[in-house]
Design a protein around this ligand. Structure first.
Ligand SMILES: [Zn+2]
Length: 285
């Protein structure tokens, strides 16, 4: 191809808008959307994720990950007959979410089977709490709608609960990508410090605590009162479970890191708040 020419979609020949590096192909917007949705349907068939009458809680901020998730799930919900409960997540950062939250609300209004919960200045914790309250199933998966993770890992995250080994599972990102995410995530010190402090203070030996797939039995989680409405929700919950002597199993999960420029919102401030949360619940409450 002459330099500067627009690559063509391998399926239909129209100008391509995405390059899938892992498959070494270029796709136009429509063909990419089709491929993406086919993969979601395939994951659903394979792992029997959603069935008629289910209730699925989706935290939405109007950003691209959660919007894509809500869009695809809404289509599936209509066809399969499950219910979607989007919960607005607004971290309360001045001027950051105003437009995207408005978009999320508009989307909900246009879709009859979608109603919206959530309040101003509410973070991840607040959304997860609404989810826990509304949940109907026996197992809860808490996760970010983050394209860095792989829904194929649902099965391994809930397996130890299904076979009765435990009631709490945390996903630990596979170590073959260690050098990548270690640098980008909380930075070298951040994630390591959280893991070390939690393991030492609570007598545990998990590989990490910041992986974004975690599963719990609904029964167990409903017995814990989590105070935070923010992104340290998982940490407070896990600390309280460990303090109570609950055995938490960790399982490896896949992770495809992106860098700060591609939309990471976690900073060193998050790291410090989490460290404080871990410390606080060991000695008080
Ligand atoms: Zn195409």
């Amino acid at each position: 191809m002459p330099s500067g020419a627009m690559p063509a979609c391998v399926h239909c020949g129209k100008p391509a808008v995405v390059a899938l590096d892992y498959a070494n192909i270029d796709l136009c917007g429509l063909c990419f959307t089709c491929l993406f949705e086919r993969r979601v349907w395939k994951a659903n068939r394979e792992f029997k994720l959603f069935k008629r009458g289910d209730r699925v809680v989706v935290g939405v901020s109007g950003g691209k990950d959660s919007s894509a998730m809500l869009f695809v799930l809404s289509k599936m919900a209509g066809q399969i007959g499950f219910e979607i409960l989007p919960v607005l997540v607004d971290e309360g950062i001045e001027g950051y979410r105003d437009k995207t939250l408005e978009k999320a609300r508009e989307f909900a209004k246009k879709n009859r089977n979608v109603s919206v919960f959530g309040k101003k200045n509410s973070g991840k914790g607040s959304a997860v709490k609404i989810g826990l309250e509304k949940a109907k199933g026996t197992i809860i998966i808490v996760q970010d709608a983050d394209l860095e993770y792989d829904p194929d890992d649902y099965a391994s995250v809930i397996a130890p609960i299904l076979d009765g080994t435990t009631e709490a599972v945390i996903g630990v990102r596979s170590t073959d990508r260690h050098s990548d995410w270690f640098i980008y995530y909380f930075g070298l010190l951040g994630n390591g410090a959280i893991t070390l402090l939690t393991n030492v203070l609570y007598g545990n030996n998990a590989g990490e605590y910041e992986g974004c797939y975690k599963a719990f039995s609904t029964r167990l989680v409903r017995t814990i009162e989590v105070k935070t409405d923010d992104f340290d929700f998982d940490n407070e919950l896990v600390c309280k479970l460990l303090k109570r002597g609950v055995r938490i199993v960790d399982v490896p999960i896949r992770y495809y890191p992106r860098n700060y420029a591609e939309g990471k919102k976690i900073t060193w401030r998050h790291g410090f708040l989490i460290l404080w949360t871990v410390l606080k619940y060991r000695f008080i409450d």
